[in-house]
Structure formats: structure tokens, C-alpha cells
Design a protein around this ligand. Sequence first.
Ligand SMILES: Nc1nc2c(c(=O)[nH]1)N[C@H]1C(S)=C(S)[C@@H](COP(=O)(O)OP(=O)(O)OC[C@H]3O[C@@H](n4cnc5c(=O)[nH]c(N)nc54)[C@H](O)[C@@H]3O)O[C@H]1N2
Ligand SMILES: Nc1nc2c(c(=O)[nH]1)N[C@H]1C(S)=C(S)[C@@H](COP(=O)(O)OP(=O)(O)OC[C@H]3O[C@@H](n4cnc5c(=O)[nH]c(N)nc54)[C@H](O)[C@@H]3O)O[C@H]1N2
Ligand SMILES: [Mo]
Length: 784
Amino acid sequence: MHLLHPQARYRPYTHASGGWGSAQSVMTILWREQALQRAPLALLRQNKPNGFACVSCAWAKPGNPHALEFCENGAKATAWELTTYRTGPDFFEQHTLTELRDWSDYALEQHGRLTHPLRYDPASDRYLPTRWAQAYHDIGAQLRQLSPNEVVFYASGRASLEASFMYQLLARAYGTNNLPDSSNMCHESTSVGLQESIGVPVGTVTLADFELTDCLFFFGQNVGSNSPRMLHPLQAARKRGVPVITFNPIRERGLERFVNPQSPGEMLGPQSTVISTQYHQVAIGGDTAAVIGMAKHLLAMDQLARADGQPAVLDHDFIAEHTQGFEAFVAEVQRHPWAELERCSGLSRSALEAAATVYARSQRVMVVYGMGMTQHRHGVENVQMLVNLLLMRGNIGKPGAGICPVRGHSNVQGQRTVGITEDPAKVPGDKIEQLFGFKVPPLKGTSTVDACAGVIEGSIKGFIGLGGNFLRAVPDTHRMEPAWSNLELHVEVATKLNRTHLVPGKRAWLLPCLGRIEMDRQDEVEQVYSTEDSTGCVHGWKGTSEPAGEHLRSEVAIIAGLAEATLGDRVRIPWAAWRRDYALIRAAIGEVYPQIFHDMESRMWEPGGFHRPLPASQRQWKTDSGKAQFIAPRSLNEDSDVEIDPTRRDVLQLMTIRSNDQFNTTVYGYDDRFRGVKGTRSVIFLNHSDVIRLGLAPGDWVTLRTAIEPEVRRQVGPFQIIAYDIPAGCAAAYYPECNALVPLWHHAERSKVPAAKSVPITLHAALPSAADRAHELARSDQVV
Ligand SMILES: Nc1nc2c(c(=O)[nH]1)N[C@H]1C(S)=C(S)[C@@H](COP(=O)(O)OP(=O)(O)OC[C@H]3O[C@@H](n4cnc5c(=O)[nH]c(N)nc54)[C@H](O)[C@@H]3O)O[C@H]1N2
Ligand SMILES: Nc1nc2c(c(=O)[nH]1)N[C@H]1C(S)=C(S)[C@@H](COP(=O)(O)OP(=O)(O)OC[C@H]3O[C@@H](n4cnc5c(=O)[nH]c(N)nc54)[C@H](O)[C@@H]3O)O[C@H]1N2
Ligand SMILES: [Mo]
């Protein structure tokens, strides 16, 4: 029976990250996408002046790029977009949406680029080709019939600054601030936490700081898969002897060892670079306790040093001059005994003291972090706890030091900067009124989880998606999908077919757009575009490949078309002129945000981009108190309100994570090379003692059930058990397959980021059903 079912092939990966494995993985996808002709040329221009911005992650683009300034996953993203496969009207003639809902995420996108504007036809349950002008006209008419606050304008984080600026103007001129974006599921905990602590919503470090730092901390970020180009400055820092201290429940390969696949010497030699000098396998949700433990040791060392007449360990001058809240923070730290900190963090006192000792010896410390921090109930407090640690020794606002959130989508930070936010207080309403003749609506709009709740309740009736795969990325997918079909209006602007497109509202359109790698010509004139990276640098780019089809439109053109059809001349925005010349959009961005974007047209071509002003990095604190704030956490438990009866030993904490073969809901393949898994994503990683204790064995099949709110059945699987090096009580499985397990209300309290890194679950023995087996088999056939 099992012959039919692809078994999880698991063999621990013993090589470094990067290296030959990486080169081979890139070649496989170039070949599979038949992109060998187009992609290699394109790759030479990736992240280069006069080239295009990688469509993968948001990591900084250096001013003096390497000959090949891309990574394994950036190359995969390029190949995926430049594929020669196409999903045209003939495809939709052959398949109803009901039928396509059985296809995997992989199969849908792998089928190739969308080529024609499409309208959903409920009678035949198919997408039918339509003309652009007709689509704009029909969508505009629908929008005018809905009330503005019933419509959500979602953005996924890839669209350029130009398209994003226009998109938020369209939503606001139409009459709503319902502008959630993927940040709402990602780094919104950063935007809320850092703003309150240090007065900026973004990180304070740039690439130059990597060259000056003398100590790096990594919390909950998987650099090897999700921002691999960062491995280059990291490797350089390690070669200088800079210690790297990592907190992560699992031993991620990229944080252990690295071979630069672009260095012939390293590829042929035996040496890889050790990345982490200390690796602490913290329990899921145990970071606050871990950092408090370090703070406790720093305070103890400081007292001892001062009693001995030695130099202080803390930077007392900085604390006195620049911060507020230190005493309350110290009181909170001292309130927790070591035994409690050890229990909550899953780490020993001596391990935490070792980390604190290296911190104390270093003069310029950076803290890098990702989703392991932000996607918890106390995600905001987690971020603020990292700031507290830095403030203790004045590690913000000096060269080589600072806080470094690693953003996700390549322009997600920039989208926020140019106004894609549900909070009208964050946009310059007076400027907008003066320039464009309309008032920014005063009512706060919906975040992602609010939008989901609105769809379930019926208060949201229209959804426009500028990229993304909303229904697959949000929590509680099994509750969301049935509600989604009640939408009156559903419009998606996309490059490839995905699950969200297959659950159409009553009236639905699927509009195909150019990708960023492609040349964007408006009335024969080539256009350039801009993005902001994870370190607050703004760059100019231009597409270099021929478009995937003659009917594709740019995102800017599509937004202009929708705006004209919806708003007529209700506002003074020259949509048509902007569409013809993107420089005019940049000029308008400069007028609305002069401090950041003045003279953008020339500055965006500076090597390395231009850096937006960040007062915190100059030790100017734009907080309520005018100081940097120590903010004491309210609880050690990062997910306290879902605490389960401690006598229930069957409940595990699940983190939903990314494989090395995906970009969010885009699945490039079924291998997770660094974690040693081949051929499947239907696996759950468990501690061996938990497996035995629960009466199971490695290789067994289990379904996963959410252990909170039992009256709602949330279940996925079956998945196969892999006994793995992960702390007892913790479990890991892949996003988006597990999203149905995350209750919609289970989100960070103050930022509303779904708490996808800590879902209490129970396991239930299962065998894959015949249908599951057939499904997996069909799917494995689709994998070349
Ligand atoms: N190739 C590729 N690149 C990507 C993406 C992709 O899917 N593929 N996605 C992009 C996007 S949108 C984003 S936001 C980023 C995401 O990049 P990351 O921030 O790296 O996100 P994840 O892969 O979800 O996992 C985060 C890490 O947190 C750890 N972790 C989980 N829970 C905890 C915890 O409680 N404490 C600690 N200390 N660690 C924990 C996990 O083991 C994992 O290593 O990457 C971007 N870049
Ligand atoms: N359980 C769980 N859930 C999570 C997460 C998690 O770690 N765990 N992570 C969260 C995070 S960090 C994020 S950022 C979200 C991601 O959520 P989204 O941003 O909504 O999802 P993506 O998978 O990035 O979207 C992929 C789709 O974007 C479209 N696309 C690709 N390129 C372009 C383009 O250039 N233009 C346009 N218009 N469309 C394009 C394609 O059609 C593709 O199918 O998911 C979140 N959900
Ligand atoms: Mo993200």
C-alpha cells in the first residue's frame, strides 16, 4: 500500500549551506522551467545598477555588487518568473475551477505565466477571456455599487514604489483605508514595536554596519533559505573573527556552516565557514525568557565590576541620557528566578550566561531577527525585548550596531513607506488633499485579520488583490474559503495562478501583469521603477527580459485603468499621464514625502541606493517621551493566553516554517535540502522522545489537530513523522499546508500578526486515505 504513497525520504544534511548543493538546485529549476535560454542572461543583471530587483527577498542590495549578485533562491525565483510555460485561455477551457481546486500549489503555479485578462463565468465554472477595457469598465461599475468600507485593497509586497503609491491613492480616493498588506502577517510586530521603543518603524542598520560590527545575534530567522545573500556579509564578518550567537529551536544549516557557491576556491576546497559560534536551541516562544536571563547576568556582572572598581558593564551614560524606563525594566528582570527562566526558555543558566558574556565583551552589537520573533501572541513585546538588550549597552545609534529585522517581500517595507497602511494617521493627509483634491478618509481601515473577520461576517463584500495568495497565506483557511465565495466582487492582479483565484467571489476577474524582471514599455517608452530594501535603501531598477505575453499590462497601468473606470474625474490625479511616464509618479511621491524622496529621480541610481533618514540611527528618538524606551515584557510566556493545562502532556507547540524550496505559498519543489527532506512536504518534525512518549514511531502518519477552541475542528494531514533535533514539546511543519490550524483570533495582540509560530496541537494516528494517496501520486507525477 505504501508503495503508492511517496514516503518521506529523510537523511540528515551534512554539508554546508551554499556549495554544490545550491548550484545543483538552481540548475534543476532552470532546466525544469525551460528557462535556460532566458534566465542565465537575466541572472547577470539581477540586483545590479541598470538591472532588475530580485523578486525574492528584501535583503539589501550592495553598491558594489558581486559579478553574480544573487543566491540560490533568487535564481529559482527568476527561473519561476521567466519560465516558458503559459497558462492561457485554452487551459481554462479545459478545466473548471472546481477541478483545479484539487491541484497542488506547486502544480498551479508551475503550469506557467498567466497571459490574458479573464472573467469568471459562474454558469460554466470557468475563467473566460475578456478585454482590458471591458474588465476595467465592469470592475469600476461594481466598485461604484459597493460602499467603500466594504472593499479591501490588499497588497502582497512586491509591487514597486510607483505602483504602491498609486494603489493607496486609488483606495483612499475611492473612500477607504482598507489597505492591509502582507506585513500584517509578517513584520507588523516590528513596525509597532520599534516605533514605540525607538521612534522608527524599521531597522536601523545598513550593509556598512556589517563591516564594522564585532558581534551578531540571530533570533528566529533562517538566513540560509530566506535571505541567503546576507550570508556574504556574514561570512566576511566571521572571517574577521566576529562571534555569531543564534537562538533558534532547530539547527538551521545556513546558521551553522556556509560555502560561497560563487567562489571557485571555496567550492573546490574542503573549508566551509562556521557561522554560529554559539547555537542555542531555545524552546518555541522561549526567547523573552532567554533575553531576560541574559539581562539578569549583565546586571550581575555590572554590579560585580563596579563593586571591584572595574569599568561598568552597562553603558550608564547612554541609559541616563537617551533612555526611559530602565528601573522598571530592571525590576521586571530581577523578579524572575533562574529556575523559571530556564524552564520557559528551555536553556540552561550557563548557556545564557555564556551568551551574555560575549555580548558584554563586544562594543558594536547587531541583533538580526525574523518571523520566529514576530509571529507570536507577544510578537511586539518580543521585538521590544531585543531592543531592551541593545539599549543596555548603547548598541543603537552607533556604527556597527543596531537592530536588523529581515523583511520578507522585496518591496514590502517600501509599500508601507509610500502609504499602504490601514492607519490614516500614518499618511500626510494635508499634502494629499492639497495635491489631489480629496480628503483621506478618517476611519481606520482593516488589517489582514480584520479583513478576514469581515469576510466571515459579511461586512466585507469586495476584495482587490495586488499580487499575493491571500486565502492561502491567511490563518483558518478552512473557515475562510466557504465565506470567500460570498464576496460580491473579487479582483486579482497576478503573474501566476494560485489557490485564491480558484475560490472566486460572485463576480471575479483575474488580471495578468508583467513581472519585475520584464521590460515595461508604455507607448513604446521603456519605464524604470524603484523599491526600498530591508535596510531602508531606495534603488532604481529596470526590467531586462521580454514580457511573457503581448496582453500583459504593468501593475501601474492596471491601477490607472481601474482608477479611471472607478473614479472618473472625481479627483485631480493624472492617472493617464502617470501611466505614460513613471517619472511623474516619482515626482508626486517626492512632493508627498519630501524628506525621504526628494530628488528621487537621480538619487535612486546612486550605488547602493539612497538611505532614508532614520532618526534613531542618529540617536534622535521620535517617541512620545523623546527617549528610547525600555519596555518590560508583561509575561515570560510569549503565547500566554493559549496556555494549556500543564497536566496535558499530549499537546505540542507547532511552528509553521518555510522549506528551502518555496517562496511563501509558491512551492518550487518538494525538497528541503538543508533539513534533509526529499520528495514531500507532508511531514512533521518532532523530538524523538516525544514520538516515543506518544506511542508513535518515526515514519508513522498522523493528522494534526488544533488543541485550543475544541468546538471548532481544525485539522490537517496526514503527515509523516520525522524524528528531528528539536526541543521536546516543540514541533515544526510547513506553511501554508498548516494554515488551517491557526485560529484567526490567535494573533499578536498589538500588531495582529497571526501567531503562526506557536499553535498548540495534538497528533492522531492516521493512514493516508485512498484519496490522499491518489492525490499525492498525481502530484508527484507533476513533479519533474
Ligand atoms: N527562499 C525564500 N525566501 C524568503 C521567503 C520564502 O518563503 N522563501 N519568504 C520571504 C518572507 S515574506 C519573509 S517574512 C521572510 C521569512 O524568513 P524567516 O523570518 O526566516 O521565516 P521562517 O522561515 O518562517 O522561519 C523563521 C525561523 O524562526 C525559527 N523560529 C520559529 N519559532 C521560533 C521561536 O519561538 N523562537 C526563535 N528564536 N526562533 C523561532 C524557525 O526555526 C525558523 O528558522 O523570508 C523572505 N524570503
Ligand atoms: N502559517 C503561516 N502563515 C503565514 C506565514 C507563516 O510563516 N506561517 N508567513 C506570512 C508572511 S511572512 C507573508 S509575507 C504572507 C505572504 O502572503 P502573500 O504575499 O499573499 O503570498 P505569496 O505566496 O507571496 O503570493 C504569491 C503569488 O503572488 C503573485 N505574484 C508573484 N509575483 C507577482 C508580481 O510581480 N505582481 C503581482 N501582481 N503578483 C505577483 C503570484 O500570482 C503568486 O501566486 O504569508 C503569511 N502567512
Ligand atoms: Mo513575509
